[in-house]
Design a protein around this ligand. Sequence first.
Ligand SMILES: NC(=O)c1ccc[n+]([C@@H]2O[C@H](COP(=O)([O-])OP(=O)(O)OC[C@H]3O[C@@H](n4cnc5c(N)ncnc54)[C@H](OP(=O)(O)O)[C@@H]3O)[C@@H](O)[C@H]2O)c1
Length: 264
Amino acid sequence: MKTKQKIGLIGGGNMGAAILAGIVKDYTVTVCESDRKRAAVLKRRFRVSIGSLAEVVKNSRILIVAVKPQNFDAILIQLKLLCRKEHVIISIAAGITSRYMEKRLGANARIIRTMPNLPAQVGQGMTAVCKGGGATVADVKTTCRIFNCVGATVAVDEKWMDAVTAVSGSGPAYVFHFVEMFTNAARALGLDEKLSRDLVAQTLRGSLDLLEQSKEDAGTLRQRVTSKGGTTQAALEVFQKNKADKIFKEALGSAKRRARELAK
Ligand SMILES: NC(=O)c1ccc[n+]([C@@H]2O[C@H](COP(=O)([O-])OP(=O)(O)OC[C@H]3O[C@@H](n4cnc5c(N)ncnc54)[C@H](OP(=O)(O)O)[C@@H]3O)[C@@H](O)[C@H]2O)c1
């Protein structure tokens, strides 16, 4: 039997636990978590070992750092002392560039920066992965294999990370907002809360499945369900008149600018 690769997870909060749930079947994971109650819960739920940062670094060649950006510097200071060239350090912290990490860990440190998103909690995340200067293409592949356990992955150049943050990082919130607006509009037609929610949820789910299974793109499918002078056209004309397209572009542009401002 092939031995499982070892991973050290530093920080087992919302995102850390979501990643842990996805990878624990295929990897041997040791977790370093400062909240002792939380560590005990993770140990029981996922049957993983809990260790200090030094133990985790000693046990595992691959490290996933999943603490909040404000706790990140403290971890980097310790990792600088503990890590050797064999370690691959995968960060999921939003807005912390590989340059920032390299300044603290050394230019040769094998750093991979990622941007996962919230649906990782249900195994349907989208994680963008980019390579720091000291990391190898094999390190990127290793990272993609790990994050494929919680959804899909894509390798991108780091210059795209602010745009990726605006699209898939913040994206789940746009979808939730769309669902809220869609459901409120259904309610405004007189439908009750549950029926509105059910109609909207299954319409979204079914349309996305159709889009995925179809050979046609979204624009073609839209045209196919829009007959001239019909109900769908009446609704779509309102979206066009109110420039929904422009609103969407402005919103994503604003998120990207904010990602750039917050990056360090
Ligand atoms: N949530 C998302 O949708 C999302 C999406 C993309 C990226 N991210 C990134 O994911 C990272 C984690 O976010 P989160 O929402 O999962 O945060 P979180 O729930 O606060 O999880 C972080 C965990 O790490 C622990 N921790 C802090 N310092 C530590 C240390 N020195 N050693 C060991 N454990 C330590 C925290 O314990 P204490 O509570 O005791 O401090 C907490 O349990 C962030 O950098 C964020 O930018 C999040």
